[in-house]
Design a binder for this molecule. Structure first.
Ligand SMILES: *Cc1c(COP(=O)(O)O)cnc(C)c1O
Length: 344
């Protein structure tokens, strides 16, 4: 009953979401601060029997207008998604034929492989250089889709615009720049959507504190967005998430304030980890990638877990293992530092 490529795949495994409430979660890069107050108000206002009875706007026009104002592009250049993962799915569906080729550097976001496998496509990775730059003569010219998380996960590193621009120019593939973490970085790649093969994806899960509602959007040229629109589920974003996402984007003061808090705490986290003997990759995201000079990453992960602190342990085939630690609130980081001091 099931296609062979589906039977052969493992499926994407998301970070743990413990059912207990007293765990300090530093494993899936959620924002420790609440979303803008207008978000909860907008949901409460929209929560009427009549609103629930009717289908939501399939195009998400109100949201697209808000995003268009923020990014100074036409609303036609915005595509709504049920989380940015939904947009990555649409991109793969539209761009990659069965037996086609999806490429991404490694280590990076593991979902890209899963999407290729679902599509019945091949997936090829190329190892990052040791300084997290792209390997030379990449991507291969027969690829159909190129995925670049920028900032990258788990490294938190950011590729320069010149590198991304060269990829877009050299490749005939649809190049997706996955900017789930870009709000914590020094620059974004929005200017590159002038290339007709470039699309940028954004998420409200991290920088807008809305992982619970599932909302993301893509920015690209109008023709490309129009094609992707054809493969999206008709009502992929529900009525409540649409008003929530719109309210979130419209409160830029709240957003900037939370962003500043996280950047300050990220600095504190990097300094402390180095004092404790970790090698820390300088981060442009809301997490840091690190490994201790003498204590094994897996052991640190397990010991922290026993003490109620979850971080992400990552073990890749072609890269040294390490810990990806989300930037929590200052109180959460204090607890983390206490436990690490005891442990190391
Ligand atoms: C979290 C994350 C996403 C997905 O974000 P959602 O909007 O929650 O689906 C996409 N790409 C990367 C690299 C991420 O870390």
């Amino acid at each position: 009953m099931i296609r062979p490529n589906i039977r052969a795949m493992t499926g994407y495994i998301p970070g743990e979401q413990p059912r207990e409430n007293d765990v300090i979660k530093l494993n899936t890069n959620e924002n420790p601060y609440p979303p803008a107050p207008g978000v909860v108000e907008a949901i409460q206002k929209a929560l009427t029997a009549d609103r629930l009875r009717k289908y939501p706007d399939p195009t998400g026009w109100r949201f697209r207008e808000a995003a268009a104002r923020l990014h100074r592009v036409p609303p036609e250049n915005i595509l709504i998604g049920n989380g940015s993962d939904d947009l990555l799915t649409m991109i793969t569906r539209a761009a990659v034929p069965e037996g086609g080729l999806v490429v991404a550097p490694t280590p990076s976001y593991l979902l890209y492989r899963t999407l290729a496998e679902i599509q019945g496509a091949r997936f090829e990775t190329a190892r990052f250089e040791n300084d997290w730059n792209l390997p030379a003569s990449w991507p291969p010219d027969h690829a159909h889709a190129v995925f670049l998380a920028n900032p990258n996960s788990p490294s938190g590193t950011l590729l320069p615009i010149s590198t991304l621009s060269a990829v877009a120019q050299q490749s005939a593939a649809l190049v997706t720049i996955d900017e789930a973490y870009v709000d914590f970085a020094t620059h974004d790649a929005l200017s590159l959507v002038q290339h007709e093969n470039v699309i940028v994806t954004r998420s409200l899960s991290k920088s807008y504190s809305l992982a619970g509602i599932r909302f993301g959007y893509a920015i690209g040229n109008g023709a490309l967005i129009g094609e992707l629109f054809k493969v999206k589920d008709s009502y992929n974003c529900d009525a409540l998430s649409l008003v929530a996402a719109t309210a979130a984007l419209e409160d830029q003061a709240h957003f900037q304030n939370n962003r500043r808090l996280i950047l300050a705490s990220r600095g504190r986290l990097e300094v402390k980890l180095r004092q404790l003997g970790f090698d820390v990759t300088p981060s442009q995201a809301n997490f840091v990638w690190c490994r201790h000079k003498s204590v094994e990453a897996k052991l640190i992960y397990e010991s922290l877990k026993k003490r109620g602190i979850l971080v992400r342990y990552m073990n890749y085939q072609d890269w040294p293992d390490g810990l990806r630690i989300s930037v929590g609130s200052d109180l959460e980081l204090d607890r983390l530092f206490d436990e690490l001091e005891k442990l190391i």
